[in-house]
Design a protein around this ligand. Structure first.
Ligand SMILES: Nc1ncnc2c1ncn2[C@@H]1O[C@H](COP(=O)(O)OP(=O)(O)OP(=O)(O)O)[C@@H](O)[C@H]1O
Length: 456
């Protein structure tokens, strides 16, 4: 009985399954999970922390600031009996004392004294209840909230620049629509803490004019993705300079650069949010614009994926854990079935996931003032027809913006490219157009012919 009371009230030793069904609570859990490391690149790259913090604050207010924990954790905290035993003692203790006193010496205790004592005891009980909240719940809640804010306020460790990158800041006489010009001069780079002797990039130089379509090709590990990371300032060069519109990339505010960049990489992932929010978050200011979301889904070929689910755009993907099966209930088949029914997850295939993620990038391209688009192997799970269509739509949605593709399956893309960079061992070994490089009969021609043969 005492153990039962101390360790979680009435559930001690019993088998049970519980589920949280409150929409606000579930959204709070989903938003909290976005502070995890797995989403870091996406949250940073999409400048999403402001939007997510705002959404978190809304749901936190809607829940009247109840503690943020998983369903079992919450229940235990609200029902653990030690504090309530203590507050009961406060209530009953004085009465017990007066009762004993009255038994031993009835003449010393009046009815008024009894009433006053009871009132005092009630007040004390409230005081202890409040103290219980402050002592046990509030610090935990505060720690979780702080953690959430800290994780979402993902400040880059790099020194930020102070120059804004706004449409009026163009240089080199470029038109306002196509101003994202990159020049990489004698750049070498090695990843911080990398064990390899070899630099990831070694004395690389090239120039991309605003509005060009560039394709980077080369073997695994040749440095293709690393170039994109330097051009979007996820890292600073070890030596050499990266210029954006004629200015060193370090001079610009990082958030400004991110705000004009749309990316689609293999690291992009789905969030535990609805399909529509997963797409709409590509442009937080248009997250409720369902027409635009549908247009973005269509461009990425995701509309059929969405139609497959009864709840369509409202389907919540990779939902958070909502149910709890008690330890003692694990051997109980009926309870287990009940639990599995409650905890069923929404699964999408790898290719469907890539289409949904690509919809987010299209959303960004449709709604934001994007100057630079990077695409890094976003289609490994798509069938060849799907990949061809996705690349075609991306090319067409480009509308004069600077765009860089990194892909191994480039045969249907490079003939549209203004510039191809062919990489090997961290260096750009050839650059030019498709025809120039074919005529050169070097590494690019070799890679191209290997791909072409596979389709003849
Ligand atoms: N975060 C990292 N830390 C340390 N080394 C890294 C990191 N990322 C990449 N590298 C190394 O840097 C080199 C270039 O990697 P990069 O990812 O740019 O190649 P890639 O050409 O894009 O390869 P793939 O075609 O396989 O995607 C490789 O030797 C790789 O092992």
């Amino acid at each position: 009985m005492i153990l039962d009371n101390m360790w979680g009230n009435k559930s001690w030793g019993k088998a049970y399954v519980k589920q949280a069904v409150n929409d606000d609570y579930l959204r709070q859990q989903a938003l909290t999970s976005l502070a995890k490391h797995t989403y870091k690149a996406e949250v940073m790259g999409g400048n999403l922390s402001g939007y997510l913090l705002n959404e978190y604050q809304k749901v936190h207010d809607a829940l009247c600031h109840i503690p943020n924990g998983d369903v079992e954790d919450l229940w235990r905290r609200s029902t653990t009996a030690l504090p309530s035993m203590f507050s009961n003692l406060c209530n009953d203790g004085p009465m017990l004392y007066i009762g004993l006193l009255a038994l031993m010496n009835p003449s010393q205790v009046s009815v008024v004294q009894l009433a006053m004592l009871e009132q005092t005891a009630t007040r004390l009980r409230y005081t202890f209840s409040f103290a219980k909240h402050i002592i046990t719940i509030y610090p935990i809640e505060l720690a979780r909230l702080n953690n959430f804010y800290r994780l979402l306020d993902l400040k880059s460790k790099m020194k930020d620049g102070c120059m804004s990158y706004s449409p009026a800041a163009g240089s080199l006489g470029l038109s306002l629509e196509v101003r994202y010009e990159s020049r990489v001069l004698n750049v070498s780079f090695n990843y911080p803490g990398a064990k390899s002797e070899r630099d990831a990039l070694k004395d690389v130089s090239f120039s991309i004019k605003a509005g060009q379509l560039v394709v980077i090709v080369g073997a695994n590990g040749s440095g293709k993705s690393t170039i994109l990371k330097l051009l979007t300032r996820y890292y600073d060069t070890t030596s050499g300079t990266v210029l954006i519109d004629g200015n060193p990339i370090q001079d610009y505010r990082i958030a400004d650069l991110r705000s004009v960049t749309a990316s689609l990489t293999q690291e992009h992932t789905l969030f535990p949010l609805s399909m529509s929010e997963n797409i709409g978050i590509g442009s937080p200011s248009s997250v409720t614009n369902l027409d635009k979301i549908a247009q973005a889904a269509k461009l990425a070929g995701a509309q059929d994926v969405i139609k497959n689910f009864t709840d369509g755009y409202d389907t919540v993907l990779e939902p958070v854990k909502t149910a709890h099966l008690s330890y003692t209930g694990r051997g109980n088949e009926d309870l287990k079935k009940e639990y599995e029914k409650m905890e069923k997850t929404i699964n999408v295939s790898g290719g469907e996931k890539q289409r949904l993620v690509a919809s987010r990038t299209f959303m960004r391209m449709l709604s934001e003032d994007i100057k630079f688009v990077i695409v890094d192997e976003p289609s490994s799970a798509l069938d060849p027809g799907g990949e061809y269509e996705l690349f075609k739509q991306l090319r067409e949605a480009r509308k004069g913006r600077t765009m860089i593709f990194v892909t191994h399956r480039f045969a249907h893309l490079t003939k549209f490219a203004d510039l191809i960079l062919c990489m090997k061992g961290g260096s750009v070994i050839e650059m030019g157009t498709h025809q120039e490089l074919l005529n050169h009969e070097g590494e690019y021609a070799h890679l191209y012919n290997v791909q072409a043969q596979a389709f003849t």
